[in-house]
Ligand binder design. Structure first.
Ligand code: PLP
Length: 396
């Protein structure tokens, strides 16, 4: 074991990690402690949305760090106001609360829905979520999630989350009672293997929510901030949700998240919500740099062009290898394989030499692609060529 790896026992063991220490990143490339480079199509699970260490993000963080890091959430700071204004102007929402992770933003959305239920719905508190959904790893967001096995892990669960089936309106309708306050979903289920909610389903959920006086909450932690080719994924369906959560890509790699709500839903009273790091200027300055890049003219057009290229390239692999297909929205895509060798392909891609490649298999027979939103056409072609070669190697 090399010097860089000695001492890993000091870290709490929470997942299987390869014996690699990453030391440097630039755009779509990461470099480990031996100097080996990796083409990164995971990007921290869609977190480093502009690639590793983009200049505009480094500059924004550096300049803000020299000026003011955190005056405390008890006082206003300019970057948080400026980022909130941008998010409000780009969306159907009126108010923003900044948080530090997707789970925390979702926890806030759940609290806001319950508060709204208390003041507007005579104490209603139940939230309908979906099988196989993923909303985070706090107790409440694990309870909201529909990940198999999570209902008994860390029992007892937080009460009040009922699971419907994605793209099955009747399964949602059947769960509504007089204590229901909200329906909460990911516009594209990410961890489940890139499963999009259909446009018709999202529109029908909005109608159903209106009919029963319920809130519609979109968890855009993975799909928001340009990932799907529009600033927010709900915009593809032309619907107006009541609450939206953002994290992952919004900070370009730093811990930043947002809870966005329409005015009539913003019912928190003083003391209901807070957090000592929330909305600090260092992170929100990073968020502004990311937002302005994504919002610049032409940026989302290039996301859509790269998405088209990735989709077509994956389809070629599908026909060459007799796989099932590909799906996704924008630069959140999945290859649906005919065999359960996803983990072996991920490992072989990482181990290839002289350069490796980072891929993700959210399920044994699904590979997920979440490149930087500014990935180049050449990088996509290179990934596709290396993937083809790796599949051949694994399948011998
Ligand atoms: C990653 C993710 C979360 C959790 O975000 P964290 O920042 O890891 O807490 C919640 N919802 C969705 C849809 C996600 O993809």
């Amino acid at each position: 074991m090399s010097t860089e790896l000695s001492g890993i026992e000091a870290l709490m063991e929470i997942t299987a990690r390869p014996d690699l220490v990453f030391v440097r990143g630039e755009g779509s490339w990461l470099e480990d402690h031996t100097g080996k480079r990796y083409l990164d199509f995971v990007q921290g699970w869609a977190v480093t949305s502009l690639g590793h260490c983009p200049a505009q993000l480094v500059e924004a963080i550096t300049a803000q760090a020299k000026q003011l890091i955190n005056p405390s959430p008890a006082f206003y700071n300019q970057p948080s106001i400026d980022l909130a204004k941008r998010l409000v102007s780009a969306s159907c929402f009126d108010r923003v609360f900044f948080a530090n992770s997707g789970a925390e933003a979702n926890e806030g959305a759940i609290k806001l829905a319950r508060k709204w239920g208390r003041v507007r719905r005579a104490g209603g508190y139940k939230i309908i979520t979906f099988e196989n959904s993923f909303h985070g790893r706090t107790l409440a967001t694990m309870s909201a999630s529909g990940k198999p096995g999570w209902d008994t892990l860390f029992a007892p669960q937080v009460d009040g989350f009922l699971k419907a089936r994605l793209n099955d309106l009747a399964s949602v309708e059947a769960l509504i009672d007089d204590q229901t306050v909200a329906i909460m979903l990911e516009p594209v289920q990410g961890e489940a293997g890139v499963l999009p909610a259909s446009t018709g389903f999202l529109q029908a959920l909005r109608e159903l929510a209106d009919l029963h006086g319920l809130l519609l909450i979109v968890d855009e932690v993975q799909t928001g901030m340009g990932r799907t080719g529009k600033m927010f994924a709900y915009q593809h369906a032309g619907i107006t949700p009541d609450i939206m959560t953002l994290a992952k890509g919004i900070g370009g790699g730093v811990p930043l998240a947002a809870l966005c709500a329409r005015e009539e839903v913003s019912v928190f009273e003083h003391g209901d919500q807070g957090g000592t790091y929330n909305g600090n200027p260092l992170m929100t300055a990073a968020g502004i740099a990311v937002f302005d890049t994504i919002n610049a003219p032409g940026f989302l057009d290039s996301v859509n062009e790269r998405a088209q290229q990735l989709s077509e390239g994956l389809l070629k692999l599908v026909s060459k290898w007799g796989m099932k297909g590909e799906r996704g929205q924008g630069l959140l895509r999945a290859l649906l394989m005919d065999r359960s060798d996803g983990a072996a392909i991920v490992e072989a891609a990482r181990n290839r030499s002289p350069e490796g490649m980072l891929l993700n298999a959210p399920r044994a027979d699904v590979l997920r692609f979440m490149p930087a939103l500014n990935v180049t056409a050449d990088e996509i072609d290179l990934m596709l060529a290396w993937l083809d070669e790796t599949i051949g190697q694994v399948r011998g």
